[in-house]
Design a protein around this ligand. Structure first.
Ligand code: HEC
Length: 122
């Protein structure tokens, strides 16, 4: 390795470290593939096409869980969700789904939805 490439590496590491320290290192998931898998693996069937939640599944769009927690949950769910082993869906595929879920908008507060806002006592 020459001095130049060493310098580039050091600079890259220096840029990456603060993001890691802040816990913001975005998982390297592929959003488009995650969306495809979310549909292919039928996650959408219970959680809604946009992860907004449905009759059976919880809202998981913009989940507050981190990627490890989501993978752990999908492997060993605690509630009414069926388990998905790594034969059915790999960790990398779940990381893609995670990136997709994180790309979705979070739920709006009732006050930000005009019809619901009208129902609030003021
Ligand atoms: C048969 C319906 C069903 C399918 C299919 C399904 N889920 Fe779920 N999922 C649920 C239910 C129900 C819960 C809530 C469990 C409970 O608390 O009872 C849940 C919970 C979750 C949670 C935890 C939410 C939280 O904040 O605690 C995650 C993450 C999740 N599902 C991801 C997925 C992914 C990813 C897939 C596709 C690989 C998937 N689910 C497929 C029904 C389903």
């Amino acid at each position: 390795m020459n001095k130049f490439s060493l310098c580039i590496l050091t600079a890259a590491a220096a840029l990456a470290l603060p993001a890691l320290a802040a816990g913001q290192a975005a998982p390297t998931g592929n959003v488009a593939n995650g969306k495809r898998l979310f549909e292919k693996q039928n996650c959408y069937y219970c959680h809604g096409t946009g992860g907004q939640g449905g009759r059976d599944g919880a809202r998981i769009a913009a989940t507050a869980l981190n990627v490890q927690a989501v993978i752990r949950y999908v492997r060993q769910p605690t509630g009414g969700m069926p388990a998905f082993t790594d034969k059915i869906i790999s960790d990398q595929e779940l990381t893609d789904i995670y990136a997709y879920l994180k790309s979705l908008p979070a739920a709006k507060a009732p006050k930000d939805i005009p019809l619901l806002d009208q129902l609030r006592e003021k």
